[in-house]
Design a binder for this molecule. Structure first.
Ligand SMILES: Cc1cc2nc3c(=O)[nH]c(=O)nc-3n(C[C@H](O)[C@H](O)[C@H](O)COP(=O)(O)OP(=O)(O)OC[C@H]3O[C@@H](n4cnc5c(N)ncnc54)[C@H](O)[C@@H]3O)c2cc1C
Length: 389
């Protein structure tokens, strides 16, 4: 690991543990995510501590994925850490995508405010299941973009759009007949009167500012220069974003589970039952031992996949494997932490309860476990055909 990454990660960890953790009991947490005033305050503290957007260097270059893994894990030690450090989803993935695909003008207008932590963003891909729209299968996309002179006109409905409420930058995916039903991506300043937030969903998680919204896009007119990249290449760009973005979720939530495990360990070593500390009861000690094994395996999977991405591959299969292995391992860890802490584990007195809820949602977003396994099974069959030909 490079010394620069170790140095940055050390600063991020100290900041999160010393400055961010005390905010976990702030009444502005919870519900549809931390309030804008808390987000603002945390980012100001991150800026002051020199740890805002630590994965993007002052010259605009990005840490390697291996380096990012170390830094983002530390930012995740508190559910509020990624907000304070500007490493949170969906902004982190959106910044990565814009860094790769946006034009210089688009970068100045849409990316710079994100890097500086002055704006939040949202990624509009999923559509309401009740209307037969895109979910696990993005090819079912119903949102349309049609050319009208030098403008694109976009219409459709979107669902589960994280952070749409309060975001200043939007990346919208739509299909267009202009490119034979291929997908396009568009950049938009938010709020926009043609983009209506119908409602913010009540969901199991509570760490992402703005929550997750159902949105109607009604006759949104965008000049041609607000298309991101080329018409018809939208799914390709989604792929560029998806592998690193799903891996960075693994990084942050590994940090959160590391901390939940520390809290559970403290409890097991200090709380007594039947004449001895809980940790000395084999049932509890074994749960903590299994946590240690799962944490180590999750870290290795992340580092392995990060190395593949650093090698220049899209890492589609590897990031599917890592996402399944890590999210499922983290779910086991979070569940054991709750169990070790007994009644306190399901109370809001520590972040253990929140981490458990957050990880449950993580098994669905950025590809549910079953969808990743299904696509891996298709690859297994494809590879077998090639080998057997
Ligand atoms: C907290 C949260 C935040 C989100 N944020 C965003 C966001 O910011 N932007 C955005 O665009 N989307 C977002 N999403 C949407 C997310 O990407 C979708 O929920 C996900 O892609 C699954 O789509 P779906 O909900 O329509 O489930 P469906 O497609 O209806 O699938 C339901 C279930 O069917 C199973 N399944 C589906 N296909 C297969 C298969 N081929 N093989 C086996 N089983 C299968 C899986 O178990 C899956 O969970 C978010 C979701 C959540 C929960």
């Amino acid at each position: 690991m490079s010394t620069r990454a170790i140095e940055i990660a050390g600063r991020v960890e100290r900041f999160v543990r010393d400055t961010v953790v005390p905010f976990e009991r702030d009444p502005r947490c919870g519900g549809h995510g931390p309030t804008e005033s808390l987000v603002h305050e945390l980012k100001a503290l991150g800026r002051e501590a020199g740890v805002l957007t630590p994965h993007i260097l002052p010259d605009g270059s990005h840490l390697t994925q291996r380096e990012t893994a170390l830094v983002l894990r530390k930012s995740g030690l508190s559910p509020l850490g990624p907000i304070a450090c500007n490493t949170m989803a969906p902004d982190e993935g959106n910044m990565y995508l814009l860094g790769k695909v946006a034009s210089p003008q688009q970068k100045r207008r849409f990316l710079d405010p994100l890097i500086l932590g002055e704006a939040r963003s949202a990624f509009f891909m999923t559509e309401p299941a009740s209307e037969g729209g895109a979910g696990s299968d993005p090819s079912m996309m119903r949102t349309t973009a049609r050319l009208d002179g030098n403008h694109w006109v976009i219409d459709g409905r979107k669902a589960f759009i994280t952070g749409a409420d309060g975001a200043k930058v939007g990346i919208i995916m739509a299909k267009s007949d202009a490119v034979d039903g291929g997908a396009c991506m568009f950049l938009v300043d938010l709020p926009d009167p043609a983009i209506r937030i119908d409602r913010v969903l009540e969901t199991i998680d509570s760490s992402m500012p703005g929550g997750h919204s159902i949105v109607t896009i009604d006759n949104l007119r965008l000049p041609a220069d607000q298309m991101l990249g080329m018409a018809g290449e939208g799914f390709k760009y989604a792929q560029i974003r998806l592998s690193p973005a799903r891996l960075s979720h693994c990084m942050r939530w590994l940090g959160a589970c590391t901390r939940a495990n520390e809290i559970a360990t403290d409890y097991a070593c200090t709380r007594h039952a039947f004449g001895k500390p809980l940790v000395d009861h084999e049932g509890v000690g074994f749960m903590l031992a299994e946590n240690l094994i799962d944490l180590q395996q999750a870290e290795l999977m992340i580092d392995w996949c990060a190395g593949v991405l650093d090698g220049g591959s899209l890492g589609t299969a590897e990031s599917s494997m890592a996402k399944v292995a890590v999210s499922e391992a983290l779910m086991r860890i979070a569940d054991r932490c709750v169990q070790v802490k007994g009644g306190t584990g399901v109370s809001g007195d520590t972040i253990v309860e929140q981490v458990f809820r957050e990880i449950r949602a993580f098994r669905i977003y950025d590809g549910p476990t079953e969808v990743h396994k299904w696509s891996l099974a298709k690859k297994i069959k494809r590879d077998w055909r090639v080998r057997s030909a």
